[in-house]
Design a protein around this ligand. Sequence first.
Ligand code: SF4
Length: 167
Amino acid sequence: MPNPEQPLLPFQAAEAEHWREQAQCRHADPGHFFPDDEDGPDADPAKQLCGICPVRQVCLDDAVLHRDFTGIRAGLSGRERRDINVEARTRYEPARVLAAMRGLRVHLSLTERHTLIRLAVLRGYPRTWLANRLTMTPDAAGRLLKKAAEIQAAVAAVSRTTLDRAA
Ligand code: SF4
């Protein structure tokens, strides 16, 4: 789990665009980031560098997004990042959904993905728009949009029936 003494910055979409240019590890020895024991003292130099890195949160997002669980990233071992990945499935941060709508590559939890899909249906965005944001084929995105539209129509129908009965 993250060290509470090194709190992560809140997610900021603007950071997500050119974050690698601000990475503390840009000129560091890559060997430090791949110690034999990621949870042992050999990993300390890398973790200390991450502890003062201004783009640690975005780095963590990127690692989770790409399921990168090898080596030290964002001050965490691969095992710790797997735990974060499990926690992230239930996260809901509107800023992430908005960032994805703007076309930024950010990690979205399942809840955030569903929100993005519902917004795409409500706004009538094409399947290619969703495909680009969820990095999937247009056919797969089209199926998600169709399913979400069906669910929204069913919910609307139930709501109308309930209101009619109450009237
Ligand atoms: S958090 Fe660590 S691994 Fe990630 S960019 Fe910063 S220094 Fe590099």
